[in-house]
Design a protein around this ligand. Sequence first.
Ligand code: SF4
Length: 401
Amino acid sequence: MDSHRRVVSGMRPTGELHLGHYHGVLKNWVKLQHEFDCFFFIADWHALTTDYETTQGIRASSRRMLIDWLAAGVNPGSTTLFVQSQVPEVAELHLLLSMITPTAWLERVPGYKEMQDKLQDRSQGTYGFLGYPLLQSADILAFRAGVVPVGADQEPHVEMAREVARRFNYLYGRDDGFEAQAEAAIRKLGKKSGALYRQLLTAHQTHGDDDALQTARALVREQGSLTLAEQERLLGYLEGIGKSILPEPQSLLTDTARMPGLDGDKMSKSGHNVILLREEPDDVMRKVRTMQTDPARIRLADAGEPERCPVWQFHELYSDDATRQQVQSKCRGAAWGCLECKQPVIDAIIAEQEPIRERAQQYEENPELLQRIVSDGAEKARDEVRATLNDVREATRLLGI
Ligand code: SF4
């Protein structure tokens, strides 16, 4: 398994998905599923870190969210889809990682204090709330995922997973005879590749040459003659940290369009400005028709300015060049009414949603299929995490008597 081809990502089941989720996350997942070995999960444990008192709706939300994913084009034939709590091995890894993670690392995660203030109406002094970034680290490291698709605001969470992996590898990756085993693995590379590895190792360790490190990593990964353990040993040897039992993940910054809400702010459930992914066409029409426009445009004869109008942001996302030019000139020239201007947006959203609604209907009518998708996904996920845990238990010497 090449960790650099593996992606892990999850979503909390906190209600119906909206177009912000579609444009910000799901379209990207659909793309990634053709390029990487993807594991996508319904993060029901994470939902409890803030909403532990209200679990009655969690199952229905999880089911609805799975249908939304599938309807948006996430393909269970290309990805592994599962519910987090159905892979309990991740909890064991979380526990072990909690033993080596300083609490200061958790307290300094950006957003922790703000979130705590925001949720003051509920008691957020829980261990689970403090520890949720570590649970995220366990979610990633359990699958030895090299790639985590995130927005810029979530990058610190991936950084935390990297630090935790580094600390774990440092503490437990130096098994007895590590250097001798690494030397034996270098010999297995053959004369030419072995010499190149040594040259790159020296360049990185004595001169801090990052290019040399990257080249050496690529060299190790493309060696079919090495076992996975030997590859990990050589990768760890490069960085002087011992065997890399838990590979350090990297962020894959998602370059997605910002989805505006009905008021022009970012679309979000808490902002009460959403169009649901499977919103009924009549409701889409009603919501867009009642959207705020340029406040300076009171009468039809008043010239407007698209840059001041939330509807324009929708045109930027949904309309072609010709329509956008028409909007600019007719708005500034007071040549049409706002309802007329909104119609192409309404049509585009409804057209985008039509196949999604149709696919969702098929899944709604087939609960056994949904059950099978997450059962198969959980089995596959458990196999992967069990393999990681075998190495983790061995490295931590938790092997019974
Ligand atoms: S014409 Fe269009 S862009 Fe101009 S204010 Fe009305 S809705 Fe907004």
